[in-house]
Design a protein around this ligand. Structure first.
Ligand SMILES: Cc1cc2nc3c(=O)[nH]c(=O)nc-3n(C[C@H](O)[C@H](O)[C@H](O)COP(=O)(O)OP(=O)(O)OC[C@H]3O[C@@H](n4cnc5c(N)ncnc54)[C@H](O)[C@@H]3O)c2cc1C
Length: 398
């Protein structure tokens, strides 16, 4: 075993761990990042690229709870569940059902709203710091409601966003088509979030972030953490072939953080909502901004040289193989809007780190602030990376 001693060890080199490492280096801390794979190649690579300062509505809402069964039975639904995983999923699902009750959903939205409120300005600053400003686009994001009925059904969420000061503009179907003329005619309406921004290439942004972290003098240790425990002074981390001793550790291992937190005495009901994307290489993109047909649960994302279609939620744990039916449904539903799309150029799936209340875990461990938990960002981890880094830096400075 090779021994490494450091001030702070960050476990996990996704967008959360990398943003934290960069911030801690700026604070003058001695930092290592422990990551077995290419940094930023997990969920942080394959997402929809939206800096979603408007995304305050948790996944669990009274409406999702009411329609849960029909969502599961509908083959075009954005939600799927692996029945074989039901016994292990049951505690998470029970908690999810509780968190979907009206009073819990409103409180969860309030907590998320507080976190995302400054996401656009925080990301603009962050992108400049890592040399990725030209990979940001600021044309807003668009929700599409295919029918008037769907538009009306969104009323409660719209009111909740308004009560938290989220900028949102109602658009008639014809106003939507003026903004995005390649969309097919439809009878519903749209909602524009004018202050939202998006990344035109999340993978490239992760490469630049990871380079900035290296340039700042952070060492990357290529290994997987298999054991972690407090010792008399600090924390011992086993990541073969390394034996690492750190004054403090940040657990930012995304969807795989639960076991590590539990070993340190912090049982957390983290699970995963697997998401999927397909991409169509093209030079002329049919849209200018991210467009989300809300009933389908995915975004059309304009990216450099390609259209990415990203989203869906599959509950089924971390070990199951990809679900070809969901990839097929993503393709055929994308073609309902853009029939000229052929076969996807590539397919991907990845694991969102998801809490039943959709509120990320960003706090010191119950056993003391030599361990900081920073995971569970679900659908908004990209959005919240700079904010999470600031919060963790303050916790370690206190
Ligand atoms: C389809 C899809 C669309 C999305 N769209 C958006 C969006 O538009 N906007 C948004 O804000 N968010 C979006 N998200 C969510 C966002 O991508 C995630 O919340 C975010 O990437 C989580 O970042 P992370 O660093 O916690 O996890 P990850 O990026 O998964 O990184 C975790 C890292 O930890 C490492 N790791 C795991 N176990 C260990 C271990 N034992 N030892 C060491 N390292 C370990 C992994 O190798 C990995 O690199 C989307 C997600 C998906 C799947």
């Amino acid at each position: 075993m090779k021994t490494i001693s450091t001030d702070i060890a960050v476990v996990g080199g996704g967008v959360i761990g990398l943003a934290i490492a960069l911030r801690l280096r700026a604070d003058g801390r001695d930092v290592i990042v422990i990551e077995p794979n290419e940094p930023g190649s997990g969920a942080s690579y394959g997402n929809a690229g939206t800096i979603a300062n408007y995304a305050i509505i948790p996944v669990g809402t009274p409406s999702v709870l009411r329609n849960f069964l029909s969502l599961l039975l509908d083959p075009n639904s954005p939600l799927a569940i692996r029945t074989s995983a039901l016994p292990t999923l049951f505690p998470w699902l029970a908690r999810f059902a509780y968190e979907s009750l009206p009073h819990r959903y409103r409180d969860n939205a309030r907590r998320i709203a507080e976190l995302v409120s400054d996401a656009s300005s925080a990301w603009t600053e962050f992108a400049a710091e890592i040399g990725a400003s030209q990979l940001l686009s600021a044309k807003g994001c668009l929700y599409l409601y295919d029918t008037r009925k769907a538009f009306l059904a969104a009323g409660a969420d719209i009111d909740l966003r308004r009560s938290h000061g989220v900028s949102q503009e109602f658009l008639s179907a014809s106003e939507v088509l003026k903004l995005e003329p390649a969309l097919p005619r439809f009878e519903g309406g749209g909602l524009l979030f004018p202050e939202a921004i998006n990344l035109s290439d999340p993978g490239e942004v992760m490469r630049r972030l990871s380079s900035a972290v290296k340039r700042a003098g952070t060492e990357f240790v290529q290994a997987s953490v298999t054991g972690i425990a407090r010792e008399q002074k600090g924390v011992r981390i086993v990541a073969s072939p390394y034996d690492i001793h750190a004054r403090a550790v940040v657990i930012a291992a995304g969807a795989r953080s639960r076991k590590l937190a539990a070993e340190l005495g912090d049982p957390v009901p983290l699970d995963t909502e697997r998401g999927y994307h397909i991409e169509f290489d093209m030079s002329d993109l049919p849209i200018g901004r991210p467009v989300c047909p809300t009933a389908r649960g995915f975004y059309f994302c304009p990216m450099r040289g390609r259209l990415r279609v990203a989203g869906l939620v599959e509950l089924g744990g971390l070990a199951a193989p990809e679900n070809p039916r969901l990839l097929q449904a993503l393709s055929s539903n994308a073609r309902r809007y853009f029939p000229e799309l052929g076969e996807p150029s590539r397919k991907w799936s990845g694991f969102r780190p998801s809490m039943p209340d959709s509120v990320p875990v960003i706090r010191p461990s119950k056993g003391g602030k030599d361990v900081i938990l920073a995971f569970g960002h679900g659908h908004i981890g990209l959005t919240l990376a700079p904010r999470t880094a600031r919060l963790v830096s303050a916790m370690l400075a206190a």
